[in-house]
Ligand binder design. Structure first.
Ligand SMILES: Cc1cc2nc3c(=O)[nH]c(=O)nc-3n(C[C@H](O)[C@H](O)[C@H](O)COP(=O)(O)O)c2cc1C
Ligand SMILES: [Mn+2]
Length: 511
């Protein structure tokens, strides 16, 4: 493991030639977060059946919980370790994964993320003889996946899940594009794994395309991956785009892949545990349910395709990345997702050319950033706020699920919910300022509608929490400090006996 000392964050404002992240794989990144006190090693033996999830859930009831590396797991025969709460609600671990300064405020992390998510760097092939993932290779009958400590998370889960914080590779038979998706994988037996992809997901579309040709669908799944591959696998990109190219762009260096043994797909060279397998048409077994990011069990148990495992590649003492799905702040889809989603919403609005938008935030407490989007704007003309609300509600990055779209003025920081609640409570007149969109794009996982068949048709409230534009000139002035007084007091702050730095204020009384 390389010692990463003297960590130099990348600049907050990215350019095309900004330097690459300093880590090469999950183990390097763990050194980085451990050196900054953001990793807890749990050496005591832990039962992967519900106990691991219980510890993770209890530890993550506070937002600044460390990542948890479970080093001894009952029933394990491979010296396997499990990493939970890899990113969770930590903006600092997110920043360290992207090589950004962990002290940057969330709004600046969103801006920096928007810049680097636009870059693309194609993956490279490295020789299979030197790929770390090939330290151990098992084939066909040598493989027994039940010897790995696949966790069962919640009491009502339908089984043990070897894949939650995983990535799954498929290719499209016509274009050859390699898709990377995070799809859950339940262990059925020594060489059989259930794969659940919901409708519209690229992994499912790839599989259908192979099966429509009467051919089996090849799959590669990695169960211990670095944080960037994990994050990118869970973002939606174009059907013909490979998430590997985006991951390379984000890291500032190409993702390293190597040849597989059995399938034509490549395998991630630095992953911890990888399987190669085949989805045969018609080979289905009951799968699920799994406690979800909503904080509820999701869909019912149902027949889902099964991966027949053909080869296994692993590093010695592999580290599985396990993603607990739970309500905030215990959900693995937490700060990273909120930041990336917000960056992509701003990108969509920017491309539409909407003027005056200065920020956006999809707070992770709102069901992993799905439930609420706050957009901050400078009102420039009559109807501007209504336009921004409607476009935000239906832009590609925000349209799915989001129930509450809230517009605030530019003096409100959308990442600070104390401010957002102040705006809602003082600038919004519910009888005038709330519109509802009906039959919008939602998900079967939203329990707020009783009849499951109706759930995919959602609704959205557009809430204008900006100062009323008609009377904006007469709107009472906010109580703000004079800049000169603020600066004078800040200079005396320590003398006055305060040990923390003074608060950063941005808006002052007009001179
Ligand atoms: C921890 C985690 C678990 C997920 N589980 C599933 C799943 O079981 N099935 C699914 O269809 N999507 C799941 N997702 C969401 C997909 O990863 C996400 O929609 C992604 O965009 C899929 O890739 P695609 O756009 O290439 O289809 C999960 C996401 C995360 C972060
Ligand atoms: Mn995709």
């Amino acid at each position: 493991m390389e010692e990463l000392t003297g960590f130099q964050p990348r600049p907050a404002t990215m350019s095309k030639d900004c330097p690459a992240v300093r880590w090469r794989d999950l183990r390097d990144w763990l050194v980085l977060i451990e050196n900054s006190g953001r990793l807890l090693r749990i050496k005591q033996s832990v039962d992967p059946d519900q106990e691991l999830a219980a510890i993770t859930f209890m530890a993550t009831r506070r937002e600044n919980a460390p990542a948890l590396l479970f080093e001894t797991l009952e029933g394990d025969r491979f010296g396997t370790r499990i990493l939970a709460n890899m990113l969770g609600s930590s903006k600092e671990r997110y920043a360290l994964a992207l090589g950004l300064d962990p002290d940057l405020p969330i709004a600046e992390l969103i801006t920096a993320t928007g810049d680097i998510m636009r870059r693309r760097i194609a993956p490279v092939r490295v020789p299979s003889t030197t790929a770390p993932v090939n330290e151990i290779i098992l084939r066909e009958n040598e493989i027994d996946l039940t010897a790995f400590p696949a966790p069962k998370f919640w009491p009502g889960d339908g089984g043990r899940y070897i894949g939650t914080g995983d990535i799954t590779l498929t290719s499209h038979p016509e274009t050859g594009r390699i898709n990377v998706g995070v799809y859950r994988q339940m262990l059925h037996g020594a060489r059989r794994i259930g794969l659940y992809c919901s409708p519209g997901k690229h992994g499912l579309l790839d599989r259908e395309a192979w099966w429509a040709r009467g051919e089996p669908c090849e799959v590669v799944a990695a169960y211990g991956v670095d944080p960037v591959l994990f994050m990118l696998g869970a973002q939606v990109f174009g059907i013909n785009e490979s998430e590997f190219d985006v991951a390379g762009g984000i890291m500032g260096r190409a993702v390293e892949l190597t040849d597989a043994e059995y399938v034509r797909l490549p395998i991630p060279a630095n992953a911890e545990l990888v399987i190669e397998g085949i989805l045969h048409p018609g080979d289905l077994e009951p799968e699920g349910p799994l406690g979800e990011f909503t904080g509820y069990y999701g869909r019912e148990r149902s027949p889902q395709p099964v991966i027949e495992v053909k080869a296994l590649h692993a590093r010695r003492s592999p580290i599985l990345t396990a993603a607990l799905m739970a309500k905030y702040p215990s959900c693995e889809i937490g700060a990273y997702y909120a930041i990336m989603r917000s960056a992509r919403i701003l990108d969509d609005l920017g491309r539409l050319g909407v003027s005056g938008v200065v920020g956006a935030y999809a707070h992770p407490a709102a069901a992993s950033g799905w439930g609420i989007v706050v957009v901050a704007m400078q009102q420039q003309y009559a109807g501007h706020a209504a336009q921004v609300l409607a476009l935000t509600a239906q832009c590609p990055a925000a349209a799915y699920y989001t129930k509450w779209i809230i517009a605030v003025d530019e003096d409100i920081d959308p990442t600070d919910f104390n401010e957002v609640m102040w705006a809602l409570s003082t600038r919004c007149h519910p009888a005038e300022d709330i519109d509802v969109l009906r039959n919008t794009w939602s998900t079967g996982l939203d329990p707020s509608q009783h009849i499951a068949e109706q759930r995919p048709y959602g609704s959205k409230a557009l809430i204008n929490a900006c100062k009323p534009h008609r009377y904006i000139k007469q709107f009472p002035p906010s109580t703000l400090l004079r800049r000169e007084v603020y600066e004078r007091v800040s200079a005396r702050w320590a003398q006055l006996g305060f040990t923390e730095p003074p608060p950063k204020l941005k808006v002052f009384h007009p001179e």
